[in-house]
Design a protein around this ligand. Structure first.
Ligand code: URA
Length: 230
């Protein structure tokens, strides 16, 4: 919401008066004077006018989970356990997933209640690198390397994936980096080159790496640096 709207709504003043208060430097956002009435301010920021709080910051939550296999990347499901059930009930309210993993996939899963932040993490235009360790049914071919680098045509979405990179770790093991997070993307890319994934584990998204101390099913809050990296 625009700062001028927050100030006028909560302070019981007109929009014009709110603009004047802001321009006069009498309004602080998160402890800093803000003189821009059009500034977008979300519910996670505190707003103070003349020393009086008009918006208390809503606590933002950013969590990383080491997702175990068998859990759905969903908040509610009738048949399968969901990743949300792995969290303390006090933390669950309002959480959503920033970049799903398939039920059989494991590794880094990020949950938050901050929609603007998770959009930046997952928006394909932003091209955040996502790194996966995969094992495949058959050997990874030179053609696969080439086709991944060229981008693979996805008929359903009518688009070509961004160039992706394969680093071979063994004959049927590789580290794959992609720059979007389309539906079943890595599986579909291997399928397109006549191969099949038998396991998939996410190691990182951008500068956020799965913490090696986390056992499957364990989670921790993101650090300030991890949050700021998005
Ligand atoms: N790509 C897939 O195919 N599956 C995942 O879980 C993540 C990326």
């Amino acid at each position: 919401m625009k700062l001028s709207r927050i100030v006028s709504n909560r302070n019981g003043t007109s929009r014009q008066r709110a603009n004047a208060l802001i321009a006069a430097g009498r309004v602080m956002v998160d402890g800093r004077v803000c003189r821009e009435p059009q500034q977008e301010v979300d519910r996670f920021s505190g707003v103070v006018v003349d020393g009086i709080t008009v918006q208390t910051p809503y606590p933002a939550r950013y969590l990383m989970l080491n997702k175990p296999a068998g859990y759905l990347s969903a908040t509610l499901d009738k048949t399968h356990p969901t990743v949300l059930e792995l969290f303390d009930p006090e933390l669950q309210d309002g959480l959503h997933i920033g970049g799903r993993l398939d039920r059989a996939s494991t590794g880094l899963l990020i949950l938050t209640n901050d929609g603007n932040w998770s959009r930046r993490l997952t928006e394909p235009r932003i091209k955040t690198p996502k790194v996966y360790q995969v094992t495949t049914e058959s050997a990874i071919t030179a053609e696969a390397h080439q086709r991944f680098e060229q981008g693979i045509w996805f008929e359903y979405e009518q688009l070509r994936t961004s160039p992706a990179h394969i680093e071979e770790l063994g004959e049927r093991r590789a580290r794959v980096t992609i720059y979007e997070g389309r539906y079943h993307q890595v599986k579909r890319m291997f399928h397109a080159v006549g191969n099949r994934i038998t396991s998939l584990h996410r190691e990182s998204m951008g500068n956020i790496h799965l913490d090696p101390v986390l056992q499957p099913g364990q989670y921790r809050p993101l650090t300030r640096a991890e949050i700021a990296s998005v």
